[in-house]
Ligand binder design. Structure first.
Ligand code: SF4
Length: 360
């Protein structure tokens, strides 16, 4: 029996799709880059990053040869730095093992670092028109509402169920166009909050709309537990002649912000009554001796949220009267104010810099 789903959807796509640069290319490198950047990132935000990366690294070879600091600096603000790490690793593998050309099939694409089922399917279908379904968060939401699928998403069972439904719906449609249409429909029409169902092309067939239970889909298992932590940062500075220096700390490999730079800090489970009560903890770490410094008023509380973590940070300005030395030992570095811009830092620190008119 003729099922018009694919035709209706792709016609909608032609009339409504956003004009995005990665939609004008079949180059697997560019499609891969856009897919990695857009994971956990909104299109509007990701677009700037995509353009910066393409301009800085127009080919996979240039990305493979880039320094980690440079890639991190460009990546800054996107978070989830393991994506940036995998970007560099995969670029090297493609350059060294595949002669600079992306593999053309789903299974081989999955052998590249950071490429799972979703990204491999996106590249295989969009760059090489292979019939591989692509199911992202937008597709889960749209299909679960449309077909009343109550299996909690983020479960192995849901993955199989939604992937095979997406494949079935694709039928004989061109995979590149169909997959992008499915994702775009979820992103623009079947949006998370208050979708405009009255004007939806599928409202006559939509299960959730017909039952008035759109807000119940997609079904999610457990909510993420969010921990709360209190950071007390010591913004240690020293003036030498006309130059000002800051002590930056490089975060370690297993850290939430691995390989990024911030200030020395102590992390507590509970807030202190007075932020200055953190000073003895800093002294114990050997970061500075309070009697040799001028300690100024702590900042207001900066709130910063990560997926599993809510951070409440206070910055304590510490002006050292003595010369400081920080040469990488204990991961501390003395950095001239004019050089700070070259160091990748978490967004929390960017906010602090901007509030203090530190050029970043
Ligand atoms: S009718 Fe509403 S819930 Fe159903 S597919 Fe359309 S926008 Fe989504």
């Amino acid at each position: 029996m003729y099922d018009p789903f694919g035709d209706v959807l792709t016609a909608w796509f032609q009339n409504n799709k956003r004009d995005l640069p990665w939609r004008h290319t079949r180059d697997p490198y560019k499609i891969w880059l856009s897919e990695i950047i857009l994971q956990q990132t909104r299109v509007n935000q990701g677009l700037d990053y995509y353009l910066k990366f393409i301009s800085e690294f127009p080919e996979v070879q240039t990305l493979a040869d880039a320094s980690k600091e440079k890639v991190y600096r460009l990546w800054q603000g996107l978070g989830y730095y393991n994506r940036a790490d995998n970007l560099m690793k995969a670029a090297k593998v493609v350059t060294e093992n595949f002669d600079g050309k992306f593999p053309t099939n789903f299974e081989t694409l999955k052998t590249l670092p950071g490429i799972g089922d979703y990204t491999a399917a996106a590249i295989a279908s969009i760059a090489f028109d292979q019939k591989t379904p692509v199911v992202d968060g937008n597709v889960y939401r749209f299909l679960s509402r449309m077909y009343g699928i109550k299996t909690p998403i983020h479960s192995g069972k849901a993955k199989k169920e939604f992937w095979s439904l997406a494949e079935e719906l694709m039928g004989n449609q061109p995979p590149a166009q169909f997959n992008q249409a499915l994702m775009e429909f979820g992103a623009l029409q079947c949006v998370p909050q208050n979708p405009d169902c009255k004007n939806c092309i599928f409202n006559a067939q939509c299960f959730a709309y017909s039952k008035g239970i759109v807000a119940d889909f997609p079904v999610k298992k457990n909510k993420t537990t969010v921990r709360e932590r209190f950071f007390y940062y010591f913004v240690i500075r020293q003036q030498t002649g006309n130059s000002e220096f800051f002590v930056l700390r490089k975060r370690g490999e297993k850290d939430i912000w691995k390989n990024l730079y911030d200030f020395p800090s102590v992390t507590l489970d509970k807030p202190l009554n007075d932020a200055l009560d953190a000073l003895p903890l800093a002294e114990k770490e050997g970061w500075f001796t309070p009697k040799d410094c001028e300690i100024r008023s702590p900042s207001t509380v900066y709130e910063h949220r990560l997926t599993h973590l809510k951070i409440q940070a206070v910055f304590i300005p510490v002006f050292s009267r003595k010369a400081l030395s920080a040469d990488g030992k204990n991961s501390l570095y003395l950095v001239a104010r004019s050089e700070i811009n070259n160091y990748p830092v978490p967004q929390l620190i960017v906010r602090y810099f901007h509030d203090r008119d530190i050029n970043y």
